[in-house]
Design a protein around this ligand. Structure first.
Ligand code: FAD
Ligand code: FES
Length: 258
């Protein structure tokens, strides 16, 4: 198997929320090579982090790759400390991609850093003249990367933000699942989802029988289909998130065994 890697220069690494950063990398090799839903594997630091870490693409324009990542452990903490001018090695582009529907009315449903592949997708959907609404949920205002989302508003027809707790009118209190119950979901032709497993599991009940795709996050080893460390159960048997996914039909995933 041919592995495509590149040492990419860090252009900037900016804090966007309580524990979220947007890192921008310069690529020559992977310019215009990403489809929406693809991900990359990145070596967070040149020293102790043996395993690479997988991240979705928030945006790739003109050879500038943007990733939105949250600090959850050792690798992402090291990545948050990387400075502009340094280089990081990436393997890309990895995984399958979303089906970009043309001239449809679609709803994006995202939680936390799950908004990243969905915002990337919104660009491709709007280019194909689909009408895109977005429902994004966060824990609280500090967790909401407002600048990232506001920058992409031109691609969104409606944008609803939920926060678990808030008293501000511009937000909706509760979860994305709570807010979804207020929306007439029958007006949508398709749904694209990414976020915490608990949220996806509930969505698979609500959206049963609908056209819906989900981008999954699983613990990964190799990231290229060799180690089977990211296997999940689906209605069509065992599948690898890294190479058969990360995009699956929402109803094909067996959530009890995730
Ligand atoms: C296809 C794909 C795309 C992803 N895209 C993004 C993204 O755009 N932005 C982002 O912030 N994160 C994304 N992730 C998750 C990201 O890879 C993990 O947060 C990261 O690997 C954690 O590394 P760490 O060394 O900091 O944490 P570790 O020390 O390895 O783990 C710390 C904690 O995070 C949990 N964790 C570790 N890896 C994952 C994982 N893959 N999924 C869920 N929880 C995990 C662990 O269970 C543990 O509780 C993606 C994962 C996949 C598989
Ligand atoms: S992470 Fe190795 S097969 Fe998916």
């Amino acid at each position: 198997m041919k592995i495509n890697s590149e040492d990419c220069k860090i252009l900037d690494n900016i804090k966007m929320s309580e524990d979220g950063y947007v890192i921008t990398l310069k690529t020559v090799k992977f310019k215009d090579k990403f489809s929406p839903g693809n991900f990359l594997q990145l070596r967070c630091s040149e020293e102790n982090t043996v395993l690479r870490r997988p991240f979705s693409i928030l945006e790739e324009t003109d050879g500038h790759i943007k990733l939105y990542f949250k600090v959850v452990g050792r690798g992402t903490r090291r990545l948050s400390n990387r400075k502009s001018g340094e280089t990081v090695n990436i393997i890309a582009p990895l995984g399958n991609s979303f089906t970009v529907l043309a001239k449809k009315r679609v709803l994006l449903i995202g939680g936390g850093c799950g908004i990243s592949p969905l915002l990337n997708l919104s660009f491709f959907l709007s280019k194909k003249q689909s009408i895109v609404d977005a429902l994004f949920g966060f824990r609280n205002e500090q967790d909401y990367p407002k600048m990232i989302v506001e920058n992409r508003k031109r691609e969104l027809n409606n944008l609803w933000i939920t926060l678990d707790e808030t008293n501000k009118k511009e937000y909706n209190e509760g979860t994305t699942i709570d807010y979804l119950k207020k929306i007439n979901i029958d007006m949508y032709d398709a749904f694209y989802c990414c976020g915490p497993v608990k949220m996806m599991e509930k969505l698979s009940d609500i959206l049963k029988g609908k056209w819906a795709q989900v981008s999954l996050e699983a613990r990964m080893g190799c990231g290229i289909g060799i180690c089977y460390g990211c296997s999940i159960k689906t209605t069509t048997g065992s599948r690898r998130v890294c190479s058969d996914g990360p995009v699956f039909n929402l109803n094909e995933v067996i959530w009890d065994e995730f």
